[in-house]
Every structure is written in C-alpha cells, then in structure tokens.
Design a protein around this ligand. Sequence first.
Ligand code: DGY
Length: 409
Amino acid sequence: SPDLDEQAREILRGNDRGGYTVPTDGLYPYQWNWDSAFAAWGFSTFDIDRAWTELETLFSGQWEDGMVPHIVFHKDDPGYFPGPEVWGSGRTPPTSGISQPPVAAILARLIWARDPEAGRDRIAALYPKLLAWHRWWKRDRCGSGVAAVTHPWESGRDNCPDWDIGMAKVDGSNVGEYQRRDTGHVDASMRPRKEDYDRYLAILFFGRDCGWDQREIIRNGPFLMEDPGITFILLRAHEDLAAIGRELGHDVSELEGWAAELRAGVPQLWNPQVQGYDARDLRGDGFAGRVGSAAFLAYLADAATPALDKRMDEIWNRVSYGFPSADPAAEGFDPRRYWRGPSWPVVNSLIALGLQERGHAEAAERLRRETAEVIKKHGFFEYFDPIDGTPCGGDAFTWTAAIWLTWAG
Ligand code: DGY
C-alpha cells in the first residue's frame, strides 16, 4: 500500500546517518554489515545512488586481509555495548573483529539489475573489494569444506539453538563486570541471556588478545562451528559475484572454483538424524541436532532435497507468521527470544527468493503473505513471535522496511 511504502522509505531516510544506515535508532547505532546490504537493496527502489553509497561506506571498513567487519563504528555512541574500545581493532574507522553473512554480492547483483547504466561504474569499483572478501571467506573460514563461524555474532543468528553445543564449551566466567546496553532499549526477555553475553565476550576477548590473528583464532579460539546459513549464502554469493564479474569482462574461474568446492562440501551438513542441514561443532561434538531457518537458505543455493521440502512443511506448519528461526517442536525453542524461535522478515525474504527460483511459487507467496500480514498489523519490527505475531525487538527497523519495499509489500 502507498502508505506503508512511504513509511518504509521514511524509516530508511530516518535511519540514514550520512552515507550509512543504522539498523535501528538506539539499539544498534552503527553500521552493521548485512543490515547495510539490505538497506542498500531497499534504497535501490527509490534512490539508486544512495543504494550504492551504502555499500561503499560498508567497504570503507574492509581490512587489508579482505575481511569486511560486522560493525563499522563511524561515530562513537555510548548507547551500544560492546563498542569500539572493547573490540580494539586499532583501525580507522574503528570496526569489530569478526564478519557477518556475505549477502552483499547477492543484493548488489539485484541492485545493479534495477539500473544497469547507473550501476556499472559503481559495481566495477566494488567488484575487487567483494572478491577480496570472498577470498577471505574461502581462506579463513572454509578450511573444513564448508563455511564456519568463529563467533555466534558472525553467523548473524546470535543466540539460535544451533550454537548451543559450541557455546556450552566456552568459559564465560572470567569476563568481569560489564554493563549491557541492549536490554535498556528492548525487553530483556526478547534478547540473549546473561550467560550468553558472558560467553560472547569471552570469545571476543580471545580474538582481541591475539590481535585478531585468524590462524590463532581458528586453531585455538573458544568457538568454531560450521554454519549452514553462511555456507548457503556464500555459495549463492560466489555464483552471483561470478555472474557480475563475467558481465564486467573478468576471468571468474577462481570464483567458480570456490563455488564448486563449497557445493561439494554441502552434503557434510546433512544430518540424517534430524533430516535437515545442521550446524557442526569443529571443537569436537559433531552435529548440533537442530534444524533452524538457516537450513532453508538451501533453496537460495539450489541445494534443497525432497527430504528438506518435507522438513520445511513440518516445521512451518507449527507456526502462522513466517518461517521460525528454530523448530517449535525441538528443545530450546523460545518464540520471542531473538533467534531462538522468532520469525525474521529479512530471513523470510531470502528463503522466499530461493523458493521462487526453484519453482515453489506457492510456498514463496505464502511466506510473503505471512510476513506482510504481521508488518501491516504491527509495523516494521525487527522480528515477530511466529505463533501469535507479537512484534519483538527494535521498531522502525531498517531491514524490515527494506524487504517491504523490495519484496513483502
Ligand atoms: C548485538 O549487539 O546484538 C548484535 O547482534 C551483535 O552483532
């Protein structure tokens, strides 16, 4: 509807801090990696120049080794913890020391398609930076054959049950006193628990104390788990970046090789016990035994199977408002606690994109309809209770507004 479209545009403009967009005012006062890529996609529906600028400012935080950090701290804000001084990246602009799901190439390709003429120089300048980031993923995160994360925050799905077995082994008892800020902005029952935060900090301190030495983090860091979510996103992103490169006249055989290797690794994430793609703990305990929303990003990477279709129906039919981040029938489900159950509009948009392309038009439309319904009813919230639709987390949320403009609305 024209009204909601205008509201969504107002949210993007209102969260614009001058060349970059915050996910939401207060709770997340900096530039977040995958949020920003979605912001760019949203901007592309009404301001294509601003869309490219968003990606350019994100890459202003890129490290020499190719890593694109999950937060770029452009301007200090005491309302967020852990801020730049805790991460200690020693960089200008200051950044965090971990990455986030590499959706940028996927969305950059869609943005470019909206206006090929206007986008050509912008994407041509971004291409080598995207390539360097993808090379970083390949070198520093894909050693086991699929993509692993060194911190639950790196997965983007912070406290989902997928990470429970890995988190159980992290010692969070020595992190000292600290003051959380997130629970001052939104209801604590919708956020990760204190025992999770202690461990998030312990993992962060390990990275900082070794100067963000990736070799050391991979070898001895407290947390390392294979992530189906990033694996499918990266696989799709490699292929999209290869398509972009081809269009620009580059030799893309390196990207094609990375994509082929990753695709060959996908079967190792299939857990027959839960009949789905599952996270695996590389510190020793095998599969997590959880099928969450990440498994269904397989559609985006053309890696779905008939067994996965079946699993999707089972899990989805337990809720009413989009795909739940965790299975309501499995241990650990919590319908309002961040990534332990809520339906996330932004993840729904990625799953639907995959479903649509794979010929599941009806399921794609159902996902769109259910997502649109809660947004219409309650507004552009960060996430929703998948059972009764209760709005959760931050309001006036950038990526929810963005997927409204590009997909749900
Ligand atoms: C947070 O602060 O909750 C973020 O998700 C971490 O990136």
